[in-house]
Design a protein around this ligand. Structure first.
Ligand code: SAH
Length: 344
């Protein structure tokens, strides 16, 4: 079933005209769905018009299944899609703004050995409107509207590999940053990828202002191959060269995610090697001790060692910080999001 959130303002105007309605109805319809309302709830549209819309478009693209609030205030949202599939997302409030982490696929087919999102493979891609729907839902749930937004930053770091759902993700960027809609600046959006080199280059050519985040997690191909199957397809050398191309085109600083796994990638030798790989780049490294995923049997580096790793990178003039882990008590931290409800 189709979803009205897949369409731009002009496209919604056309939809109204095609259904025999006046053009100005588009404004009422558009405002209604962007306020996070169901089609059936929009009170200034006729019953007859809504009936026609509901024959083609889903009434409530993103339905709340469960909401969990962690000790640190992080909120995990579990949503149900129109076909019964489940996805998860996270909302975090910081001093400088409110960040929402969205999913781009139900499941994932990248197979990273430390991540919960890929345990059951890929179920399906999310449409642009289903990704946007998560943002609108959370904005509404926190009493925001289009003028007073309660979502200021977006990270594509929920379940799924965004560049494996390229067209829908690009359409989402256009919709979410459009002045007609919720108008979130592309500079406040980060796309995280395990490193689909060809797609990184393709995105670089689109002249967007999105921050590119690379899940690197290893200083060399040999270690990377042990945890990330994508490393068999693209070498770190190719990946770094694609990120340099992205920087040349967009002038956006590249962020590297590096999850520290006890005894695997957290030695000083690894830090030195990583510094060498990133030498001369305009970049930042986010270090995150691996979060526990019970099926995975790997543990995170302790915080003391993580800070030592950070200092070692800094000593090579590489900008790096250790990220706070947020939402771990509600399984809302990096790598813990799934497409299944787990009990206990
Ligand atoms: N598929 C994309 C988007 C997912 S973002 C990507 O790979 O970048 C989720 C981030 O959390 C990625 O950097 C991912 O590698 C990381 N991650 C996955 N499992 C993790 C875990 N158990 N602990 C910490 N980070 C993890």
């Amino acid at each position: 079933m189709d979803n009205l959130l897949n369409y731009s303002y002009e496209e919604i105007e056309q939809i109204c005209l095609n259904l025999g309605e006046k053009k100005f109805r588009a404004k009422q319809l558009f405002e209604g769905i962007y306020q996070g309302k169901k089609i059936s709830e929009i009170s200034n549209l006729s019953k007859d018009f809504k009936q026609k819309l509901l024959e083609k478009y889903v009434d409530e693209p993103i339905k709340l299944h469960t909401k969990l609030t962690g000790k640190d205030g992080t909120v995990k949202y579990v949503y149900e899609l129109y076909d019964g599939n489940i996805i998860e997302g996270v909302y975090m409030s910081y001093k400088y703004g409110n960040t929402i982490c969205v999913s781009t696929q139900v499941g994932c087919r990248m197979g990273c050995k430390f991540c919960a999102s890929t345990l059951n493979g890929l179920v399906r891609n999310l449409s642009a409107g289903e990704i946007l729907g998560q943002v609108l839902f959370v904005n509404k749930d926190n009493n925001g509207d289009l003028k007073n937004r309660k979502v200021t930053n977006i990270v594509l770091m929920g379940s799924g590999e965004p560049l494996d759902n390229f067209d829908n993700v690009i359409k989402f960027f256009e919709l979410v940053s459009s002045e007609d809609g919720i108008n979130i600046s592309q500079r406040n959006i980060s796309l995280s990828t395990c490193g689909l080199v060809d797609k990184i280059k393709e995105m670089a050519n689109l002249n967007l202002q999105i921050t590119l985040t690379i899940s690197l997690h290893a200083p060399n191909d040999q270690i990377r191959k042990q945890t990330m199957p994508i490393a068999n397809k693209y070498s770190i050398k190719e990946l770094i060269s694609a990120t340099k191309y992205y920087f040349e085109k967009t002038k956006r600083r590249i962020v590297f995610e590096y999850s520290l796994i006890d005894g695997k990638n957290d030695s000083f030798e690894c830090a030195d090697e990583l510094a060498n790989v990133l030498k001369g780049m305009v970049c930042h490294v986010n270090l995150i001790p691996l979060n526990q995923v019970k099926e995975r049997g790997m543990s995170g580096t302790n915080r003391k060692k993580a800070y030592a790793f950070m200092d070692r990178l800094n000593s090579h003039n590489i900008s790096a910080t250790v990220r706070r882990t947020m939402g771990a008590d509600i399984e809302g931290a990096c790598g813990q999001l799934r497409n299944k409800i787990i009990n206990g």
